[in-house]
Design a protein around this ligand. Structure first.
Ligand code: DX5
Ligand code: ZN
Length: 229
């Protein structure tokens, strides 16, 4: 079984950006019960993106409240400085942006050397082709389907073709990475991303705002348009 899976063949990763940080431990427990597979931690530095969230100190506190895998999505200008602190905080995966500063290949190998899965993300306007040199070096690609920085934005439909292109590339042997998608995922867009080839659905406002979280998790996994055999 792949490291990101707990149920079925599709992983649901709640983005804790939308959690209630006054009672975040309860929110994590409720998402676990609802069927989440892993948690997605949005780290923003008020430089790479305008927003500012949290760092390894809070990530370590979240680590103590769940046994599910944790993937930290670093929306920061200088990820290299944060690899060791996030490894110490107990992260299972660290996802950095191709648009960040530094030597991306070096950053990815440092993440793996620190014992974590290496993820690479890209903004909606960054060409998929720019990932080519790194496809063999990564465990996960995080396709941003909104401009990074805030939860609650609308899904960018062109993301579906980007997911399909990555699925095609790994199908012809250009790496063996999981495809994750982040931004505007709900019961409509989530299943469409799965059909395009995504393995992990990151979702914040839809899941945390749902009156029935278990039903919301299940709705993400429902493939609405089965592909003909
Ligand atoms: C945006 C973050 C996302 C965000 C998703 O910069 O990377 O993880 O929390 O939130 P929703 O699901 O509300 O679009
Ligand atoms: Zn994210």
């Amino acid at each position: 079984m792949s490291w990101w899976l707990r149920h079925a063949d599709t992983a649901v990763a709640p983005s804790v950006l939308s959690a209630d940080f006054g009672a975040v431990g309860d929110d994590l427990a409720s998402m676990e019960l609802a069927g989440a597979d892993l948690f997605h931690l949005d780290v923003m530095d008020a430089h790479f993106v305008p927003n500012l969230t949290f760092g390894p100190f809070i990530a370590k506190a979240l680590r103590r409240r769940t046994d599910l895998p944790l993937d930290a999505h670093l929306m920061v200008t200088r990820p290299d400085d944060l690899i060791s602190p996030f490894a110490d905080a107990g992260m299972d995966a660290l996802t950095v942006h191709i648009e960040s500063e530094g030597d991306t290949a070096g950053t990815l190998s440092q993440i793996r050397a620190a014992g974590m899965k290496a993820g690479l993300s890209l903004r909606p306007a960054t060409p998929i082709a720019s990932l080519a040199p790194y496809l063999a070096l990564i465990d996960l690609i995080l396709v941003m389907s909104v401009e990074p920085g805030y939860g609650g934005q609308a899904f960018i439909p062109e993301s579906l073709a980007r997911i399909a292109e990555l699925d095609r590339r790994r199908g012809v042997g250009e790496g063996s990475f999981a495809i994750s998608v982040d931004g505007g995922i709900n019961a409509d867009t989530g299943p469409r991303c799965l059909e395009a080839g995504a393995d992990i659905l990151v979702t914040g406002s839809y899941l945390f705002g749902a009156p029935d979280r278990a039903a919301a998790v299940a709705s993400l996994r429902a493939r609405q348009h089965p592909v003909d055999p």
